[in-house]
Design a binder for this molecule. Structure first.
Ligand code: GLA
Length: 384
């Protein structure tokens, strides 16, 4: 159990010679509701059993020492030297900076972290980086934030040094996940419900395209701007405040009145908000066929209207679409690479993965990776 956790703990003790506190900070899946968390939509994520393990302890000095086992790189700076840096360092330093902004005194600490969540896979390794550190610091500095407060802090952190204007979904799932449950989160007011992930006879399989197109974060921010711009135009002087107030027919009536790209983004968003509501009804009724059909529709929208897919992801979804053992599939997360999420008949998982691997390798000369996902509790302390 927790082999990685044990390695991280041993690495910490070897490096710093003291006993750390240990945390697990999960990645997430999202059943449906993509690119709508920053558009007042609903999302349906769950925390998963892949993630990051954090070892942390105060060190009675004014130094921050952090070591990432995945990158084999470290941070070594004084507590008053927190500033923008690069790569993974921006994510952790931005979390610390958010504590500073709250007036929390940062004390010197040591930290080792690493895990089994592939970078750029659409499973939100970034929220896992943020969440594990944020909970550790919340405890070490007695900052007193609750889980939702921590999720919000982590979202602000991602907006900060990394400069990605993300929604709240990933950080919320990272903090609020529960085993065997998906969260139906209303991103307008952060009200939420848990749904048992009741998919007997089926499994959730992620197929990792292993591509990550470099435009991902700049295009993400562009989508966000386009949606705001579209809403402003459609809302004709601000009478409507949210995509939630619009119907698909209303958006369609704007087809020739606004720029085509902006129109397509808005149409996707409003359709996806309705789709996610319908999907939650389907899941509650255990109508998995319907849920699956909605997932395929989401992919089409993400690919053709929102334009955040790529040829690798489109191929993986097409393979799934032509396979009778798959109820639904779509790209998951921000897009431009990463994973597809597939609901597959349990007995056919191996055949499906094998078939997809061969076809993917044929087309792109890339070895597909696949993961059978289990849901997990949100970020939590581990006793080892
Ligand atoms: C990324 C962001 C989330 C969300 C998804 C797309 O994972 O961090 O906030 O917008 O993309 O649904």
């Amino acid at each position: 159990m927790h082999t990685i956790a044990n390695e991280i703990k041993a690495g910490f003790i070897q490096r710093y010679g003291t006993e750390p506190r240990m945390y697990f900070s999960p990645g997430r899946i999202n059943i449906i509701g993509e690119h709508v968390d920053y558009n007042d939509g609903f999302v349906m994520p769950a925390a998963i059993d892949k993630g990051l393990y954090y070892a942390v302890a105060l060190n009675d000095s004014d130094r921050i020492n952090m070591y990432s086992t995945d990158y084999d790189e470290e941070i070594d700076l004084a507590t008053d030297e927190i500033a923008k840096s690069e790569g993974w360092k921006n994510y952790v330093l931005s979390v610390l900076n958010e504590f500073v902004k709250l007036g929390i005194t940062i004390k010197g600490f040591n930290c080792v972290f690493g895990g089994d969540i592939p970078q750029g896979s659409g499973m939100s390794s970034s929220a896992a980086v943020e969440g594990g550190l944020a909970m550790g610091m919340n405890d070490l500095f007695n900052a007193g934030l609750d889980r939702i407060g921590l999720a919000r802090l982590c979202q602000r952190a991602e907006h900060g040094y990394p400069g990605v204007q993300c929604g709240i979904m990933d950080q919320f799932a990272n903090m609020m996940g529960l085993e065997d449950q998906v969260i139906l989160l209303d991103c307008m007011d952060l009200s939420y419900e848990y749904f048992p992930l009741d998919i007997e006879g089926y499994a959730i399989v992620l197929l990792n395209s292993k591509v990550h197109h470099s435009l991902a974060s700049s295009e993400y921010n562009t989508r966000r701007k386009q949606c705001m711009q579209g809403l402003e135009q459609i809302s004709a002087g601000g009478a409507l405040k949210s995509f939630r107030d619009l119907t698909v027919a209303e958006v369609k009536s704007w087809k020739d009145k606004i720029e085509e790209q902006i129109y397509k983004r808005c149409l996707y968003v409003v359709e996806e908000i309705f789709r996610t509501k319908n999907a939650s009804v389907a899941l509650a009724k255990k109508d998995l066929e319907r849920l699956g059909a909605l997932m395929f529709e989401t992919h089409d929208g993400l690919s053709k209207l929102y334009e955040v897919s790529c040829k690798e992801l489109d191929l993986l979804v097409n393979i799934a679409r032509n396979d009778n053992s798959v109820l639904g599939a779509r790209l998951m997360g921000g897009g431009f690479g990463g994973c597809t999420i597939n609901i597959v008949e349990e007995n056919s998982v191996n055949d499906f993965v094998e078939k997809a691997s061969v076809m993917y390798k044929d087309q792109f000369d890339i070895e597909l990776e696949s993961y059978l996902v289990k849901t997990s509790k949100g970020t939590h302390i581990l006793s080892l």
